[in-house]
Write a protein that binds this ligand. Structure first.
Ligand SMILES: *[C@@H]1O[C@H](CO)[C@@H](O)[C@H](O)[C@H]1NC(C)=O
Ligand SMILES: *[C@@H]1O[C@H](CO)[C@@H](O)[C@H](O)[C@H]1NC(C)=O
Length: 398
């Protein structure tokens, strides 16, 4: 069998070359608009407008690194903030903020959001999409078609499922994952129906590695199996869905970022990625600081931690993820990274179909949990950590 690495390299060469050619057409315009859907990882403050209770993220130590608590679930910036920075547009305000400048998009994500069910004081994915439909006339048709639609959703679906079903059969797991994916598919189609073409998905973290989850299961030495397994099953179906949609829906383009591996790597080999610890959170109480983040139990060096609280990343973690979504290679984000997705002309699906198929085939094998420990993959990821000047480990990356 041919070396998959060189296969990937030639694929990215094709993509790069075609982009280079396409960029010489004067009609190409770049997306200046970002729409964000998801849960607490992406929430820029919506929760505080929906909740009648105290919202922790509205108070220190949340926001402490940037001197202000804004409702973001981190010590500072979140992933959509960095992506907006890289796109060269202002940071995207939460849709429930009033007044706010929505000229470059809106953030619909809310902490505790799920795909299924009807949890209180949040918006499910379908409710977020309905909100988008209600507000979409603020943006021109053309703007909505060129815009990036960014998603991170379903972690709370799987965490509740795992809690309520400690020993599901394989069939039961698949059936639940199918339910979640079917709903996501319906929501993507609604957004596509109102002009959306460029979809960026961050796949689910290994949920059993979140400090809050380890602590809840009383299993602080290692990641909890079932939640991570559900996330891996979900991720596999999600990439399959995106590949299917790119065949079904004319002009459908996507970027799929392997967050699962990024977190797995940072939990296991924190130091390689500039962190001191990926096992415990910076802020909180209990054996791995899994719950109850407050100013009384904040760590001294926040940037040494992957997790800020039991479920969310530090600003440093968000920055690294932002860099990967924006510019990493197809081992980490494919078939396009966000920088590429942004400049793809709106009608190149046919040209890309073969590349997408090849990428999907490669990715299927990557989605096996065993492969997530793959050293080449980790190094490929590091390769893209240009912000950190991480030294290239060996010559095989070409
Ligand atoms: C925008 O799209 C809608 C629905 O497809 C259409 O009715 C409307 O005429 C379009 N507006 C412009 C300015 O093209
Ligand atoms: C938990 O947080 C405290 C600060 O309250 C910090 O000093 C400690 O190192 C953290 N625990 C671990 C295991 O990192």
């Amino acid at each position: 069998m041919a070396n998959p690495k060189s296969h990937i390299f030639s694929l990215s060469l094709i993509v790069t070359t075609s982009l280079f050619l396409l960029l010489h057409f004067p009609t190409v315009s770049f997306a200046q608009t970002l729409f964000v859907f998801g849960d607490g990882l992406y929430d820029a403050g919506n929760k505080q407008f929906l909740s009648s209770n105290r919202v922790d993220a509205s108070f220190p130590p949340y926001g402490i690194t940037i001197g202000k608590a804004t409702g973001r679930w981190s010590d500072g910036r979140i992933i959509p903030d960095y992506l907006a920075d890289f796109m060269g547009i202002p940071r995207i305000p939460p849709i429930l903020q009033n007044p706010a400048d929505f000229s470059h998009g809106a953030n619909f994500a809310v902490a505790d959001a799920t795909v299924l069910g009807s949890p209180l004081e949040t918006m499910t994915l379908s409710q977020q999409v309905i909100k988008f439909l209600e507000t979409k006339n603020r943006w021109e048709n053309q703007t909505r078609s060129e815009a990036i639609y960014l998603f991170y959703i379903a972690s709370d679906d799987y965490l509740s499922y795992a809690k309520n079903n400690p020993n599901p059969s394989d069939d039961q797991k698949q059936a639940f994952v199918d339910q979640v994916i079917t709903d996501i598919e319906a929501q993507i189609k609604v957004v596509y129906g109102s002009g959306g073409r460029k979809f960026a998905f961050q796949n689910l973290a290994p949920l059993g590695c979140l400090p809050a989850v380890k602590q809840a299961y009383g299993n602080v030495q290692e990641c909890v199996k079932l939640p991570s397994e559900l996330a891996a099953l979900h991720n596999k179906k999600l990439i399959k869905l995106l590949v299917d949609l790119s065949r079904q829906l004319s002009g459908f383009q996507y970027s799929f970022y392997d967050f699962f591996s990024s977190i797995q790597n940072r939990v296991i080999k924190s130091k390689i990625y500039t962190f001191e610890t990926g096992t415990a959170a910076c802020c909180g109480t209990g054996p791995v600081n899994g719950t109850g983040c407050s100013t009384n139990n904040l760590c001294a060096n926040i940037e040494d931690y992957v997790f800020f609280d039991g479920k969310h990343l530090t600003q440093e973690g968000n920055l690294q993820v932002g860099h990967l979504i924006w510019g990493a290679d197809p081992e980490v984000v494919g078939p396009n990274n966000l920088r590429e997705l942004l400049v793809l002309p709106l009608d190149v699906t046919i040209i890309l179909a073969d590349i997408q198929e090849a990428m999907a085939a490669i990715r299927k094998s990557q989605n096996k949990i065993e492969n997530l420990y793959d050293i080449t993959k980790m190094e490929s990821e590091m390769e893209n950590q240009w912000a950190y000047q991480v030294k290239k480990a060996s010559s095989f990356l070409i």
